[in-house]
Design a protein around this ligand. Structure first.
Ligand SMILES: [Zn+2]
Length: 175
């Protein structure tokens, strides 16, 4: 990724992790860590990943499922690109209440997407890693759906008016 998109580099003697295009960075002493991450839900990249618990939390959340997926108390690590792409792949409208979706299937797909993309420099959801081909709907408002040709729609959803995120969906493929 271009260096100018890097926002933070966190490293130790074994590895460096670069955060690109980060919306928010908070630096704090280790002793205060629990205050920030103590509430996190199951993490698909953690050794103790609990898919059933993540599905239970998302499936019990009556807010729009796009909002439920981004709430890190339900499942940790899913960003806005993942929420948009996994909802397309599962054929779910972003406004559908979390209580009305097949949460175990949704969480299973999301976890597989995160693991598949973990070691790639660029996230790919379509299976086509060529530049500009990797996303189904994210950032593709008014472009033809890659599956059915209908124009992709764009909007915003959020838990609060100050926390709205860009949402993209195909009105035919996602019901
Ligand atoms: Zn479509």
């Amino acid at each position: 990724r271009p260096g100018y998109t890097a926002r933070a580099i966190v490293g130790n003697e074994r590895a460096d992790a670069v955060g690109f295009d980060l919306a928010m960075v908070e630096v704090l002493p280790t002793a205060d860590e629990a205050r920030v991450v103590g509430h996190l839900g199951p993490d698909p990249l953690a050794a103790d990943w609990d898919a059933a618990e993540a599905a239970r939390r998302v499936g019990a959340d009556s807010r729009p499922v796009h909002v439920a997926l981004l709430d890190q108390r339900n499942v940790a690590g899913l960003g806005n690109v993942y929420a948009n792409e996994v909802l397309f792949v599962r054929g779910i409208l972003p406004t559908t209440p979390g209580t009305d979706v097949d949460a175990p299937a949704l969480i299973d797909t999301a976890a597989r997407m995160i693991r598949t993309n973990r070691d790639r420099s660029r996230r790919v959801f379509t299976g086509d890693a060529r530049p500009g081909r990797g996303m189904w709907v994210y950032g593709r408002e008014a472009k033809p759906c890659r599956r059915c040709g209908t124009l992709v729609r764009g909007g915003a959803l959020g838990a609060r008016p100050t926390a709205e995120r860009n949402v993209f969906w195909c009105p035919v493929c996602q019901r």
